[in-house]
Design a protein around this ligand. Sequence first.
Ligand SMILES: Cc1ncc(COP(=O)(O)O)c(C=O)c1O
Length: 189
Amino acid sequence: MKYDFTSLIDRHGMDAIAVDSWGEIPGMAPNAPDEGFDRIPMWVADMNFATVPTVQEHIIQRAQHPMFGYFDPRDEYFDRIIEWQSRRNGVEGLLPEHIGYENGVLGGVVSTLRAYVQPGDAVLVHSPTYIGFTKSIEAAGYRIVHSPLKLDDQGVWRMDFEDMEQKLAQNHIHAAVFCSPHNPCGRVW
Ligand SMILES: Cc1ncc(COP(=O)(O)O)c(C=O)c1O
């Protein structure tokens, strides 16, 4: 399918804090730019490409039925994940009971931590850290231990393995969160 990656789509008034919340979320959204400058919505990691049309079509088709309520994920949900994991990652033997339901990365991070560490335990995270990770991990009752990323003389952000090793041992850490591409340094690990 030919896909449009170049059109600039106007998102104003369409539930997009990326373009509509300048100056309105203190400490988060930037102030409006000075007169004569454009608003470039790079302050939040929001998608600037249109959603693939088949996703829109299916949402519209479902919304035409007027009842919405509690649900279990359908068989198709599990089938697609199992098929994708097999094709992309060579994962064999995956069953529906191995798969949870999440509708965002942050819930997924917390659910994954819950499988491995107890609230109150320490979790290693590289800093600077995406604020969503900081808030969700702390709200779930974990203690964050930061290992600062280091900028090398070529301007490349790198993990400090010695620092990580020391902190993992000192704090008896059993889980670390890897963010790739790292927000905010952009490094793909
Ligand atoms: C690294 C990273 N993970 C997760 C998210 C949020 O993902 P979701 O909305 O799927 O929870 C963001 C949003 O900026 C992000 O930068």
